[in-house]
Design a protein around this ligand. Sequence first.
Ligand SMILES: [Zn+2]
Length: 385
Amino acid sequence: MIHTATWKDVKNGLITDVYFERTKKILKAKGIDVSVRAEFMAHVFPLNWPWAVLAGVEECVEVLKDLPVDVRMMKEGTLFATKQPVMEISGRYLDFGQYETTLLGLICQASGIATMAARCKKAAGKKEVISFGARRVHPTIVPLIERNAYIGGCDGVSVGLGAKLIEKEPVGTMPHALILIMGDTVKATKAFDEVIEPKVRRVSLIDTFNDEKIEALNVARELGDKLYAVRLDTPQSRRGDFLEIMKEVRWELDLRGYREIKLFLSGGIDEKDIESYNLVADAYGVGTAISHAPVVDFSMDIIEIDGHPVAKRGKMSGSKRVFRCKECFKTKVSSAKERPERCSCGGVEEEILVPFTSKGHLLQALPKASQIRDYVLEQLNKVEL
Ligand SMILES: [Zn+2]
């Protein structure tokens, strides 16, 4: 038996905490049928992140577009801060209340992954970050992991089905298995070069049997210009000073004229490692840090009932608007009555919580994954890690 729900189950509202089903039953029994406005907001971020990337929007829309409700949302890929509503749903509570669990699940996990990918990419700057974390999560959600890693800023993903979803080719190097079975790194690298189509970049894994700098020179001598990079996946027990190992490899390659051969790092890499190694390393394979990123803890809260502002303790009632200055990126949350103004920097404010669906109609075109990623990268220029 497969231990995952089908999309049909999700659409039918079956992925819901039972207390929402009971609430619905009670409200129906008592003849209470109210219109509410509910907002989705994160009050704190994991690991003290100063910002997060909103993701999971496309799947939320897939659930919401068939419900008789009005939805305002931030566009997928928008960088947001705590206490900024990212989504607001208006409609009969009985029509959407039971989807709270599902909608939260869709944005909490996706946003966590996209945010960690964005943090890694921000740390790496122009250097490449590839999502290698498929093996750390349930296989049925790998395309989701890969998509959100990519829209958050990863340059590529390793699993074909995930790559298909973002309309890219999968990216990979070579596993230790190939080298162990062939018994020799140079032999394995040569075989890769002979068999695999030329458009695939040649990246030789150099930590299997020998010292990295010796093996780097061995494969460089054999493949020369055809070698795109050497990958160091050095086990933790052998790392010592990993930065020094990399510097040595770089030095030895440069000294012999192999300046074009890049250093590709993998093996438990996170955004802090990227910051530390980025002067020497050229590309990173990031696994667990992205695929198992902490989730963004959004909550859904009712903020208005039959047109009257109301909220639980600790939350602000009433519908809100979110304005962002196009110039300085300053963002403010206002009551629904406020209008966009000139920012103190002189820039123009734009509303970023925008109408998305209305009673079964989609009001925004859903961008391609590559467009969402471009939007994220553009915003990353305006923030600090
Ligand atoms: Zn401004």
